[in-house]
Ligand binder design. Structure first.
Ligand code: CP
Length: 311
């Protein structure tokens, strides 16, 4: 089976079958990662550049590890310390790198649409590792993989995405993916951080009361306040945000059922999530990070054409 797309720019472009294929392939790679020798030769002779124009811990390390586990050759590029500071354009930078015979590009950029622009101008396959406030497709996929692994299904699952929906590419990729796979989706947070059009445009529930959102859901995917992407004050203070929307263990224990807590990271501890909730038995935050490697192996493998996982 093959993906219907040449690039992984966003979940919006994928079919339900594409998503199923990536998640099922990731399950096979997760099995590979449990072996004493965690490496397969699937991407031998494939060269991949990780092009990061914006900071990252989890995504950058996870892609690099996924590439190494697949036996690909990897190059890491970060904008700081490069000739970007001398005014070199994105397209010139990428064309120079591609002239050294690079096959795939993994890119994070603060501008929404940057990987889509690149896809129109270069022949290599591109994976979007997060673009501005648009999408973060591999995060959406690893979140879905983690939910399916923990609860056995996506269809019919009630997922509340809580926090700064307005500035979150993780929220967008989760909404596209979960709706395509038959889950019920709620977005929750302060009215100023939830786009007015979201209910009608994406067929999601909207809730401004945290307790009601937590009482409704099976899974709470908690997001941080994206201070770096806000150019105006949309709530009074982090302390007030935390009082109204912060999740702690006492609140979780008072709910009628045990829910699963997720967070894409980085966590602002004491703001959207207290440590006693983030580190509790209900949290699968570190499993999300672990699953990111298998999911990114699956995406890289399928976009490169797929040449035998266990060989
Ligand atoms: N979840 C996520 O994208 O984290 P990083 O910004 O550390 O990559």
């Amino acid at each position: 089976m093959q993906l219907s797309v040449k690039h992984l720019l966003g979940i919006r472009d994928l079919t339900g079958q594409d998503i199923q294929l990536i998640l099922d392939t990731a399950t096979e790679f997760k099995e590979v990662l449990q072996r004493p020798i965690k490496k397969v030769p699937s991407l031998r002779d494939v060269t991949i550049v990780n092009l990061f124009y914006e900071n990252s811990t989890r995504t950058r390390i996870s892609f690099e590890l996924a590439e190494k586990r697949l036996s690909a050759d990897t190059i890491n590029f970060t904008a700081s310390g490069s000739s970007v500071s001398k005014g070199e354009t994105l397209l010139d930078t990428v064309n120079n790198i591609l002239s050294m015979k690079v096959d795939m590009v993994v890119m994070r950029h603060s501008a929404s649409g940057a990987p889509h622009f690149l896809a129109k101008h270069i022949p290599a396959a591109i994976i979007n590792a997060g673009d501005g406030i648009n999408e973060h497709p591999t995060q959406g996929l690893l979140d879905a993989f983690s939910m399916r692994e923990k609860l056995g299904r996506l269809e019919g699952l009630k997922v509340a995405i809580i926090g700064d929906i307005m500035h979150s590419r993780v929220a967008m990729s989760n909404i596209y993916l979960l709706k395509k796979m038959g889950a019920e989706v709620m977005v929750a947070g302060p009215p100023t951080l939830i786009p007015k059009y979201i209910r009608e445009a994406f067929d999601v529930r909207v809730e401004y009361n945290l307790r009601k959102a937590l009482e409704w859901c099976d899974v709470a995917n908690v997001l941080r306040i994206q201070l770096e992407r806000q150019n105006q004050v949309l709530f009074s203070s982090l302390r007030e945000y935390s009082l109204a929307y912060g999740i702690n263990k006492q609140l979780l224990d008072s709910l009628p059922k045990e829910i699963v807590i997720m967070h894409p990271g980085p966590i602002n501890r004491g703001v959207e999530l207290d440590s006693d909730a983030a580190d509790s038995r209900q949290s699968i935050i570190l499993q999300q990070v672990e699953n990111g490697v298998a999911v990114r192996m699956a995406a890289l493998y399928l976009l490169s054409g797929g040449r035998g996982i266990s060989a």
